[in-house]
Design a protein around this ligand. Sequence first.
Ligand SMILES: [Zn+2]
Length: 321
Amino acid sequence: MTRFILGFDVGGTKISAVVGDEDGHIFSRVRKPTIRHLGKKRLTQQLESMGKEALLKAEVEKPDLVGIIFAGLVDSEKGAVISSPNILGLNNFAIVEPMEEFFDAPATLENDATAATIAESLFGSGRGIENFVYLTLSTGIGGGAFINGKLYKGSHGLAGEMGHMVIMSNGPTCGCGRKGCLEAIAGGKGIARRVSENVSAVRDSETLSSLRPYEIDASKVFQARRKGDMFAQLMIEETIYYLAVGIVNIISILDPEVVIIGGGISRAGKELFSPLNAAIKEEFKSMRRPVKILRGLQDGSDLAAISVPLYKEKVSGNPAR
Ligand SMILES: [Zn+2]
């Protein structure tokens, strides 16, 4: 019998509810923008009504499992949000409990980057791979790793913060407080900052000079390069160099079979992956080994939300809590 999973993704810009099954088919999807002042009570109410709507659309009466993924620090053992950068007033919020009660099904909470890593292992390029690393390139940079076939969580459940590896000592200040983190240089926000800081110094960027700082994002930089903008080309080359340094650091430590790259910036496709592969080879030289760099799931966040309770069942051998 098909089992249905109700998945929630509480992200920085949008909140979504999906209904899917164990094979990764998605039957319905409801999306709403994230409101910064939502708070615990209204967020709970919103998830309840969005969940009901998604179930109705999929013609599913009751979910068998519920998965919640959250952009922020979570304690998945306790089923609680620890801190929330995008929605105010959610610190130490035991979100799993009201969801289990309302939907009458076991629920599991996980951080979004960790959940995306799990989704790659169940449905993406990490399927059947014992050792792989997942890196998400979007506004920030996050990730996770499977080691010997299992998600590596670390002793405090915080492993995989690969965006906060310093690759430029005394570089730009990162949101975490350190200087020169990979995220501060090659994350979407970091790219935009580097472009807006440097664009005034050059006169040959027809496309980017005309934009206001807040209008610049990674996709516009790729667009500008497509039009032959030399400044955009330079910025992308620099970004790719630092990404390659970061990825080679990770490979040197963990020796994975595959490195999977997802997140919004990975949508650049070949424009990102071909030069990145070349830069990684260049960076490696004599230490080189046959590591594959693969693209992550598209629309991975829907699958990530339903993957979380499925993986929990798989490792515990018991139905999720
Ligand atoms: Zn950092």
